[in-house]
Ligand binder design. Sequence first.
Ligand SMILES: N[C@@H](CCC(=O)N[C@@H](CS)C(=O)NCC(=O)O)C(=O)O
Length: 204
Amino acid sequence: MMKLTFSPASPFARKVRICAIELGLIDKIELVSATVAPGTPNEAYAHDVNPLRKLPALILDDGTVLVDSFVICEYLDDLAGNKLIPASGAARWKVKSEHSMLQGMLDAMLLCRYEKLLRPEALRWQVWYDDQWDRAWQGFTRFEAQPDVLARPLDITQIALACALGYADFRFPDCNWRNSFPKLAAFNEKMLQRPSVKVSIPPT
Ligand SMILES: N[C@@H](CCC(=O)N[C@@H](CS)C(=O)NCC(=O)O)C(=O)O
């Protein structure tokens, strides 16, 4: 049994879980809850799993640790025979680049979250916060303008995008992204019809 370090609030862990369900691999993975956050070092996690103290990480049966949701999704897709990431050619690099962009959007949103939640108020820098938020927002703007991406058969880009939109709902409920991105709103509704996406909605 593989082990995935996990938190139900993590959009990155959610992305891996959705991939595993869609690829028929979820029964081979045990979700192991882990707690990591800036400012409260989890030394055991740093030592045993990931020195970067981030989740998710996938621990394979032979003890190998795969770090980072980007790599874990690719690994699972490889095991299942390239169902979520095109196996070769221009489409492969386009989808990987989209996935990478969504990683950056999620990183930016997570930094905003940590800034609000963890950084002492006197040390906050609004310009920096707004700049990070704008990166995520510009990313959504980019996907809103690409209806062909939203209409493809299920792939990693769509899964990551659903996780980013779900994270906006979860941590930034007042951002009103649906008003600005109607195509993404329709896409999100469609994604929520999938059991994998629905079962992994972060708990409120
Ligand atoms: N690039 C990483 C990002 C993972 C990440 O930032 N995870 C968050 C939880 S949502 C985390 O572990 N944060 C702890 C920290 O930054 O201290 C991935 O794709 O797995």
